[in-house]
Design a protein around this ligand. Structure first.
Ligand code: NCD
Length: 305
């Protein structure tokens, strides 16, 4: 495997392998602190990011490697009209591995087809975000102790939320998974994810607009932000943006061992009053993301530990 464009590029065995390496990094960070010595990661971010870009950079530094890159399209030759394919060829001359975020669906795939080094999709438009899913999987494994037999509620913008699409594709391959899809009618899961993933694999799911009604069933509640930048008109965004706001009151009927997740950034979807609830896992997700990106970089660069 050269690049990571979709979470489906990794088999379940490979996902489990990455989780094991990430757990080993957490327990033995020194063992990994020089394994990428002399290697360079290029972070090519054509769209804003805090967590993902800095998480990749921190991951590479903690492996003893170096980082080059840019954090907005305006800072790159894209602003002069360079194609993604040419940028990928050029960066292949400078770096050993690329992490790319782009507003256009498929751009990291085009980069991977033209680069001579591994490319990691760090989020492409409203499509996929496989490394957030790696963070999510490690979080679920550490919080729940398993990746099987879980009822997972996904709430908010299921249409444009790329983290949701990748997480469903990943979790649909484990056993005993049931999805509860909670969104306004306008922001339902795209039919391609429903048909190619849920229906194709016979995965149990329900769709609802009512978060509180399904709360008692959930083992995991994955909240998401309404993706303002993907809307065609601001009025629709303003009407839908506060569709779901999780408050302590709404958790009254939740399981005592529920895990509350969110890829962040949070806008309004989770009240800060929940941050100290032991069920809140969203800041742990951030840290887990760094460890999984470390494990992924080691795998793609084929470094030996
Ligand atoms: C997510 C993204 O970029 O899709 N952020 C992240 O990488 N953690 C979620 C979001 O922006 O809402």
């Amino acid at each position: 495997m050269g690049s990571l464009i979709s979470i489906l590029d990794l088999s379940v065995e490979e996902l489990d392998g990455l989780i094991n390496v990430a757990n080993d990094i957490i327990d033995n960070p020194k063992k990994y602190s020089e394994v990428c010595h002399g290697k360079k990661l290029a972070t090519l971010f054509f769209e804003p990011s805090t967590r993902t870009r800095l998480s990749f950079e921190a991951a590479m530094y903690e492996l003893g490697g170096n980082v080059i890159g840019f954090s907005s399209a305006g800072d790159s030759s894209a602003s002069k009209g360079e194609s993604v394919a040419d940028t990928a060829k050029v960066i292949s001359c400078y770096a050993d591995i690329i992490a790319m975020r782009h507003p256009k669906e498929g751009a990291p795939l085009v980069a991977a087809m033209n680069a001579s080094i591994p490319v990691i999709n760090a989020g492409d438009g409203g499509h996929n975000h496989p490394t957030q899913t790696l963070a999510d999987l490690l979080t679920i494994q550490r919080e729940k102790g398993r990746l099987n037999d879980l009822t997972i509620g996904l709430c908010g913008d299921l249409k444009f939320g790329r983290t949701v699409h990748s997480l469903i594709e990943a979790m649909a391959r484990y056993t005993g998974i049931k999805f509860v899809l909670i969104s306004p009618d306008e922001l339902k899961l795209p039919s391609y994810v429903k048909n190619d993933c849920l229906k194709e694999h016979g995965i149990e799911y329900i769709q609802t607009t009512d978060l509180e009604a399904v709360m008692p069933e959930l083992d995991i509640l994955y909240m998401t932000r309404v993706q303002r930048e993907r809307f065609f008109n601001e009025e629709d965004y303003l009407r839908l943006k506060d569709s779901y706001i999780l408050t302590p009151e709404k958790l009254k009927n939740a399981k005592p061992d529920l895990s509350i997740m969110h890829p962040l950034p949070r806008v309004n979807e989770i009240s800060v009053a929940i941050d100290n609830d032991p069920r809140a896992a969203y800041f742990k997700q951030v840290l887990n993301g760094k460890y999984m990106r470390m494990a992924l970089i080691c795998k793609l660069l084929e470094v030996t530990v």
